[in-house]
Design a protein around this ligand. Structure first.
Ligand SMILES: [Fe+2]
Length: 431
């Protein structure tokens, strides 16, 4: 049953299959009259039945018990979890920044420690996202979770997560991401106090961006995404299943582990991805390219090229551009940008308190860019080839305005003096 060190299954959104007991997967059919070992066949549909073939997400699960027969769900209070639309959200065009959150601050597990920083769109309308922090000091053992509102993109910042899912087990260290499909049941185990960021994606499932003239390889390569092999829990007890449904949490008693899938096949499965494997593209002549060149995954909207959410990273890379201001340029964007720093230093905020675990929000049309020190360095440094190393920042970028939660606006981690990082910029038109 244990898969520590076991081989993982490579590929993204392609068809995969795995069985923890040989001979369970039916051959030549999905739902035979009787499944081997009297298991139940159950289908998980991540897209509508009639979605275009290239977009269809579905997995067949062969399990000890089907996903029925648990107790009734009752509402479960959660002080800091919010969903879009958030009636208590605080609208502001100001640039916002938060310091790191203490991973030991939450005396609880991954679900207890969810804190929403911003939301946009509508969980019921299946558009937009929510940006959460998680902190955990305890593993989920007898508690399981699924999210009917969206797919979860988990970005650890401190501590390794082990995700026990219906499809198997994935170990997710810092520098990796974890993608859990909408509706998939899982629990999170930790070894030390852990924290990180989550994009809850209400919209279309994340997919790899088109590469255009880049060609057939580069950016995030399909084969570097890894799915678990089948591993099932056969245990009974007084357990709890927590569901996020319609913006609220619900809890139901369950007498067995719902991670009891013995075999599966399909493409609606969890993934992990090592961000250091990103094949970074950039300018080798002049100018700083649009950061879309760093897109790992994109959740498309109904408007071509205009994402419900892009997941973008700023990985280690060489800067070689000539006669170019190499830091990110000053910018106003119709897309709203939530950014976080996992480790290292971000090249636009060299001197102004954007450390690992920090995050910022630059909303629709709110100006942003390098702080004064980064500006001065960027405009005066001799332009020899330069390696930005040991750094990893990321961005959740949405087509719609991200509304900070009341909690985020009152958090002591919020930097009230963030905008001061631009106050000493010299005026132009100096003689
Ligand atoms: Fe920007």
């Amino acid at each position: 049953m244990s898969v520590q060190g076991a081989e993982l299954l490579p590929g993204f959104r392609c068809h995969k299959q795995s069985e923890a007991i040989e001979g369970v997967l039916p051959i030549g059919r999905n739902s035979p009259q009787r499944v081997a070992h009297e298991l139940y066949a159950e289908k998980l549909s991540g897209t509508a039945f009639t979605a275009p073939r290239a977009q269809v997400l579905r997995t067949w699960l062969y399990r000890i018990r089907p996903s029925v027969g648990l107790g009734q769900f009752s509402p479960l209070d959660h002080a800091r979890l919010r969903s879009a639309p958030d009636a208590e959200g605080v609208m502001t065009p100001n640039q916002l920044r938060w310091g790191p959150f203490d991973p030991a601050a939450n005396e609880g597990d991954f679900v207890d420690g969810l804190v929403t920083l911003a939301t946009t769109g509508s969980a019921l309308g299946q558009s937009g996202i929510a940006v959460h922090r998680y902190t955990a000091t305890r593993s989920m053992t007898d508690r399981f979770f699924y999210n009917a509102d969206g797919e979860l993109l988990v970005v650890p910042q401190t501590g390794t997560l082990t995700a026990h899912t219906e499809c198997g087990v994935l170990e997710v260290p810092v520098g990796h991401i974890l993608l859990i499909p909408r509706g998939m049941k899982f629990r999170v185990a930790i070894e030390t106090a852990s924290c990180g960021f989550i994009c809850e994606n209400y919209g279309a499932a994340f997919q790899l961006p088109e590469r255009g003239p880049i060609g057939t390889d580069g950016l995030a390569n399909d084969r570097d995404f890894e799915s678990p092999v089948a591993a099932f829990e056969d245990r009974e007890g007084d357990f709890e299943l927590v569901a996020k449904f319609g913006g609220k949490l619900f809890s139901a008693p369950i007498g067995h582990s719902p991670l009891d899938v013995v075999a599966w096949h399909g493409n609606d499965v969890p993934y992990r991805y090592d961000l250091e494997r990103f094949n970074t593209m950039g300018s080798i002549s002049y100018d700083h390219p649009d950061p879309s060149i760093f897109t790992v995954l994109t959740s498309p909207s109904d408007t071509p090229g205009t994402a419900n959410c892009d997941f973008v990273i700023f990985p280690p890379r060489w800067l070689v551009m000539e006669d170019t201001f190499r830091p990110p340029w000053y910018h106003r964007n119709v897309m709203s940008e939530f950014m976080g720093l996992l480790y290292g230093e971000y090249d636009a905020k060299a001197a102004s308190g954007f450390g690992p675990g920090g995050s910022s929000l630059h909303n629709c049309m709110s100006g942003h860019g390098p702080d004064t020190k980064s500006y001065r360095t960027g405009t005066t440094t001799a332009l020899a080839p330069q390696k930005l190393d040991h750094t990893m920042a990321f961005m959740f970028e949405s087509r719609t305005i991200l509304v900070p939660t009341e909690f985020a606006m009152r958090a002591p981690e919020l930097h009230p003096d963030y905008a001061d990082c631009w106050q000493d910029l010299p005026r132009g038109l100096e003689s």
